[in-house]
Design a protein around this ligand. Structure first.
Ligand SMILES: Cc1cc2nc3c(=O)[nH]c(=O)nc-3n(C[C@H](O)[C@H](O)[C@H](O)COP(=O)(O)OP(=O)(O)OC[C@H]3O[C@@H](n4cnc5c(N)ncnc54)[C@H](O)[C@@H]3O)c2cc1C
Length: 526
């Protein structure tokens, strides 16, 4: 006789920054709920475990990117990736969350049944065979009442790589930052596996990854050239926050953290709002600062004056002007041009200039992916994410007992992740009090009015928006990029608003109480 699949109240997908945040909130606010985290990788950390390129670091401050409940204690607030990974891992260890993680489990699909009010989740578990290089795969089925997707927002298997003309002709090494070669030391530490000492490097791209890589590689490479099609806003900020570090000396760590966090939330919100209202004023200020740091001889107009308004794309933060210092030292340079073709020795540009290289790094970005690439089915109907409306930016119309984390793009991701985790716990506790097993966002009367992310022209977002859920016209179908508005919407507003249907009472027989998802926004594809 087949045994019933293992069951949990909540199943969390992903053990990155958000997955650990979700587990913390569940343990604290829903202590009687059982939960499990399924993680496709071998370690905790998500982004901060995957990306291993030289210099990998945050580009927002850790006082707002850290968890609200755990002080960031390092003096560096623009922090190395390794420290962020250690912070997430330590949180999981100290709270006993790591005992609930099942590694090397990749979720492929999840099927909701209104009859049983459960999700049936199918994962593929990988394990090593007898030979170390053998990988065995096995199907694992679990069930849960609530599915909490903390799978990030991009494809893990490969980044975005545009087709460059004749790229196969290049005889040197070509590397994407998402697949940086690594080596494991005798002590188990992951080390940089690429030898670029004394070599000529061209980094294609102008985003956060490129501006991180250039100064880091320039320390030992013969020369590093950043090749960009068009410029990005690059702003220098101190690596260490002097006010936060001072406060930590004179008061308990948690108080100092909270004060510094609010200081930075306030400052970021102010700058963002100023950019929206007075874009030319902010643009002038940023460019003036870059000019001052690069020196009067540098052509800031060509290389650091973007064609778009501030915050129309994510701004690049550089610690202590390291990128500008690398340029001033002559070890790095910027070329703003377009690629005509790859050659055996490097890249020929449209201007006729040739960039010779031993190594080309394609810092060309991420490939966005919704819900960890898994397939969702509700009462045998396949969910097409592009056809649903996002409820408060957290749930999807017509998809019961499902929430996901998508953080801010104009501020630290964790600020919103914390609010969403808190909201999900409120929702679960409300359902328990009400004695229902099912909650379904119902968008009847509402229609798609905007993409999931608005007024943001970054390539990786524009490439993906068509396949992502849409926003409606009014609350609660709007997705905010504003911490204060979200605090009101997710933390201080009643859970049972008109956008949610609560159904499937606990006490009665499931057969009688079934109320299938009635939302018309669920598109079928099979
Ligand atoms: C290079 C880089 C730098 C960044 N810098 C910043 C920054 O400075 N500030 C900021 O706020 N944000 C930054 N971000 C955004 C960043 O992704 C978030 O800060 C944060 O790490 C997201 O955490 P997460 O847990 O939601 O997602 P992730 O870190 O992506 O973790 C998702 C986890 O889910 C797992 N997973 C995915 N799909 C499945 C599946 N189907 N089955 C099982 N497991 C699955 C993944 O393996 C991963 O462990 C950066 C992103 C990148 C790529």
């Amino acid at each position: 006789m087949a045994t019933a699949p293992e069951h949990f109240d909540v199943l969390i997908i992903g053990a990155g920054l958000s997955g650990i945040d979700a587990a913390h909130h569940l343990q604290k606010f829903c202590p009687r709920k059982s939960y499990v985290i399924l993680e496709q990788r071998e370690r905790i950390g998500g982004t901060w475990d995957l990306f291993r390129y030289p210099g990998i670091r945050s580009d927002s401050d850790m006082l707002t990117m850290g968890y609200s409940f755990r002080p960031w204690r390092s003096p560096k607030t623009i922090s190395p990736g390794e420290d962020i990974r250690e912070y997430i891992t330590a949180t999981a260890r100290d709270e006993g969350i790591d005992r609930n993680i099942r590694f090397r489990h990749q979720i492929k699909r999840a099927e909701w049944s209104s009859e049983t009010a459960t999700w049936t989740v199918e994962a593929v578990k990988q394990s090593s065979g007898t030979d170390k290089n053998d990988i065995c795969e096995e199907q694992v089925i679990l069930t849960c009442n609530f599915l909490f997707c903390c799978a990030g927002y991009y494809r893990y298997s490969a980044g975005h790589l545009p087709e460059f003309p004749n790229s196969s002709r290049f005889k040197g090494q070509m590397i994407h930052p998402q697949a940086w070669p690594t080596e494991v030391s005798a002590s188990g530490k992951t080390l940089d596996g690429l030898d670029y000492v004394g070599k000529r490097v061209v980094v294609i791209g102008s985003g956060a990854t490129a501006v991180t890589l250039v100064p880091a590689m320039a320390k030992t490479a013969a020369h590093v050239t950043m090749l960009q099609r068009s410029p990005t806003y690059v702003i220098s900020a101190p690596e260490k926050d002097r006010i936060a570090n001072f406060l930590r000396h004179i008061m308990p760590a948690m108080w100092a953290y909270r004060l510094s966090r609010w200081k930075n939330v306030g400052f970021m919100t102010y700058i963002y709002q100023l950019s929206q209202r007075f874009p030319n004023f902010v643009k002038k200020g940023i460019i003036k600062k870059a000019s001052k740091q690069l020196g009067t001889d540098f052509d800031v107009d060509t290389h650091f004056t973007p064609r778009y308004r501030p915050w129309e794309q994510r701004m690049c933060l550089i610690p202590d002007a390291d990128m500008f210092e690398a340029i001033k030292s002559g070890r790095a340079s910027v070329v703003t041009d377009q690629i005509e073709t790859f050659t055996e020795k490097g890249i020929q540009l449209k201007s006729g200039k040739v960039l010779e290289a031993d190594i080309i790094v394609t810092a060309t970005g991420l490939a966005m992916q919704a819900f960890g690439g898994m397939e969702l089915t509700v009462d045998k109907q396949r969910v097409d994410p592009s056809q649903v409306l996002a409820y408060k930016g957290v749930m999807m119309s017509g998809v019961p007992n499902f929430a996901s984390v998508f953080g801010y793009i104009n501020a630290s991701w964790t600020l919103k992740a914390d609010l969403i985790c808190n909201y999900v716990c409120r929702l679960l506790n409300f359902m328990d009090r009400k004695g229902v097993r099912q909650v379904t966002p119902n968008s009847v009367g509402e229609s798609p009015a905007a993409p999931f992310v608005e007024n943001f022209s970054s390539g990786y977002i524009q490439r993906a928006l068509a396949s992502w859920p849409k926003q409606g016209q009014k609350k609660p179908w709007r997705v905010y990029q504003n911490y204060f508005r979200d605090t009101i919407t997710l933390k201080w507003t009643r859970v049972d608003d008109e956008g949610l249907d609560f159904s499937n009472p606990v006490a009665t027989s499931p057969q009688q109480s079934v109320k299938p998802a009635k939302d018309k926004q669920l598109a079928t594809s099979n």
